[in-house]
Design a protein around this ligand. Structure first.
Ligand code: ZN
Ligand code: ZN
Length: 363
């Protein structure tokens, strides 16, 4: 029996412990590895699945194993995979669409064109909140043991890394690109990781968030040479007057109005990565002429980014390792709460000061 945390998508509040007959995603085939899960992080997507009935069970079933932000160790894997028992690993989340669209066929299901992809723990595929999981080796990314304490941040880190990698690639292709000033909107796990990864790239980083000056995010950011400004005292729309030309913005607040303000605040030749999944239908008044004119006259580039593929996970592992070396102990501070699987309900009940909560299986 494999203990797991499951839910019935569409039925709010149905999250529960269950015993699976086989590892989540299993039983293993010849190209699969079995993984013992160390811990799994919780994010807004999990809360939406649990509280608002978002998400989809695998075809023909009504139960979904939760969890996508995974960290585990190999139990066994085919010899040809190069994965050895005990190896620390993270598994990517999205799987290609059955039609095999061009991006999916190229290993970039994060850019799937049909939308018929599946995602472990979210859409049509069992997730990682189980003591044991099974996955095809091609979707498993080995991690250095140095990431044992913070590897649960790999999935959000992969999303950040994708946004930053794409920004660099496009900016370098179109401009002499020597960015200096970066703004990150939001001080959740994604915002903090974006700030750290931008610091690793040598940027001067200001994070805008609804957060007290002596809060944990503010202290963590100060340690990395970045600063946290309160969103009420420093509205995003007015940032250019305070910071000068803003070369790079990473938006991760979950608020469309902040995202649009960020587009407006972006400087000449700047690049804006938008990563907030805004599920509502709020309307907002914008001065469309001014916004358009600024985008045009400023050669500004704004793009959306979601999910991540193997390449981004591999790069994120290098960035996380870089952050661990440069700021020892800092990333540990981002994982603010660990809850054993048996007490999972506490993990889904937010507490003041939470940044990243992890459900532990074998730590
Ligand atoms: Zn997540
Ligand atoms: Zn596809």
């Amino acid at each position: 029996m494999v203990p797991a945390i499951v839910t019935t998508p569409g039925k709010a509040g149905s999250v529960r412990l269950a015993d699976l007959d086989a590892p989540s995603g299993g039983p293993p085939g010849p190209e699969d590895a079995e993984i013992a899960i160390v811990e799994v992080g919780i994010c807004g997507t999990d809360h939406e699945i649990v509280e608002q009935g978002y998400g989809a069970a695998p075809a023909g079933r009504d139960q979904l194993v939760l969890g996508h932000e995974n960290l585990g160790r190999i139990v066994h894997a085919p010899a040809a995979s190069g994965l050895r028992p005990g190896q620390l690993v993270v598994t990517t989340v999205r799987r290609p669409c059955p039609q095999g669209c061009a991006p999916c066929a190229a290993g970039q299901s994060d850019d799937c064109l049909t939308g018929d992809y599946t995602e472990r723990g979210i859409k049509g595929r069992d997730g990682f909140m189980a003591a044991r999981v099974v996955e095809r080796c091609e979707f498993i990314v080995p991690l250095p043991d140095a990431l044992d304490q913070v590897g649960v941040l790999m999935e959000p880190a992969s999303i950040v890394e994708k946004g930053l990698m794409e920004a660099v690639a496009v900016q370098q292709a179109r401009l002499p690109w020597a960015p200096h000033t970066a703004v990150v909107c939001g001080a959740g796990a994604v915002g903090l990781l974006a700030a750290l990864f931008l610091r690793l790239r040598g940027l001067e980083v200001t994070v805008i968030a609804k957060s007290e000056p002596d809060s944990l995010p503010a202290r963590l950011l100060a340690e990395a040479g970045a600063r946290l400004w309160d969103a009420d005292e420093h509205p995003v729309a007015g940032l250019a007057a305070e910071l000068g030309n803003i070369d790079w913005i990473f938006e991760a607040t979950g608020s469309a109005s902040v995202a649009m303000a960020a587009v407006g605040a972006l400087g000449r030749n700047g690049v804006g990565c938008l990563s907030s999944v805004t599920a509502g239908h709020r309307t907002l008044q914008l001065d469309a002429d001014v916004l358009n004119l600024e985008l045009v006259l400023g050669n500004k580039l704004v793009f959306g980014t979601v999910n991540a593929n193997r390449r981004h996970f591999e790069a994120a592992a290098r960035s996380l390792e870089g952050a661990v070396q440069r700021w020892p102990g800092l990333l540990e501070g981002v994982v603010t709460r660990r809850v054993p699987a048996a007490a999972f309900a506490a993990a889904f009940t937010p507490q003041p000061g939470d940044i990243k909560t992890a459900i532990t299986f074998a730590r």
